[in-house]
Design a protein around this ligand. Sequence first.
Ligand SMILES: *Cc1c(COP(=O)(O)O)cnc(C)c1O
Length: 373
Amino acid sequence: MIPPTPCYVVDEQLLTQNLKILGSVRKETGCRILLAQKAFSMFSVYPLIGKYLDGAASSSLFEARLAREEMGKEVHIYAPAYRDDEFGEILKYSDHIVFNSFSQWEKYRAAVRECPRKISCGIRVNPEYSEIETGIYDPCGEFSRLGVTLSNFRPEELDGVEGLHFHTLCEQGAETLDRTLRVFEEKFGRFLSAMKWVNFGGGHHITKPGYNLALLKDCIRRVRDKYGVQVYLEPGEAIALNTGFLISTVLDVTENGMGIAILDTSAACHMPDVLEMPYRPEIVGAGRPGELQITYRLGGPTCLAGDVIGDYSFREPLKPGDRLVFCDMAIYSMVKNNTFNGIGLPAILLYGESEGFRMVRQFGYEDFKTRLS
Ligand SMILES: *Cc1c(COP(=O)(O)O)cnc(C)c1O
């Protein structure tokens, strides 16, 4: 099969390689690892992910339901605030519920207690320490709404709370985790011995080449042994890092002071992090501007002037019909895409060594129309 474009392709072998690394961390430390669905919610591979990991972390009712329906292992949820009209259903799907404040905990603790299913509750804390430079990704910035700071912590209201949660990393190494843990322990360690679990959140770049796995394992074992708690990690990126591609076709090639290629994929619709983060995705066989023979600005098919993926150089001139393969497109892509400008959603495919390409889902006009009225 020749995949239609644009399409996301997730490579099962590459995904399995990541899952094996995560599986070895679990096995050697006894920690539990959850898929943070916010980064990657391709539920057709949840059964594969469920073979290696303990379950999924959710940030909304719908994510919790998806995890329950499609993975069926541990379902954890955290949200900055819960809605009264959704909390009853959240109780049906969730094994762990993490509250962002003591007021939320107070509001909902009776409902949790009355629920016939056993649900373990935790509080998200803000250790006020992070090494993130980009403001919109820093949960410890000034006036952050995410998590309880030590000065707002209410030890007298911990009855029934079984865990603490923090999430302060973003694409970072175990060295950052190690330094974060020192601060977290100094501030909140005294409450930890009374807890059953601690959740180190996401942002751990565990499957990136060069990641210090030995230090991660040391951190987990140290906290586990010192406080007698079950350690959880909930990485998103690390699970599907470098396992997916976005294949696109060149629609037209023009010129305005430099070569311009219009693609059938859009930065705004299909890779919004390219504009938001911002970052530059790799393209197979292409180089930085000026590095190879001929440089083009690659742009999307929308009317947004800024729908530009970036400037890339190629060995040969581009022509309509050429295919370009963008790398590392599994994470924060499918979960964020949209139909702005009436642009269709990319198809979703799996690739396996023996099976080749398999179509998982194609989208059409109805997917555009049903979100409008
Ligand atoms: C975003 C998020 C994650 C996953 O983060 P990654 O950077 O994708 O690993 C985990 N937990 C919480 C609470 C998050 O907000």
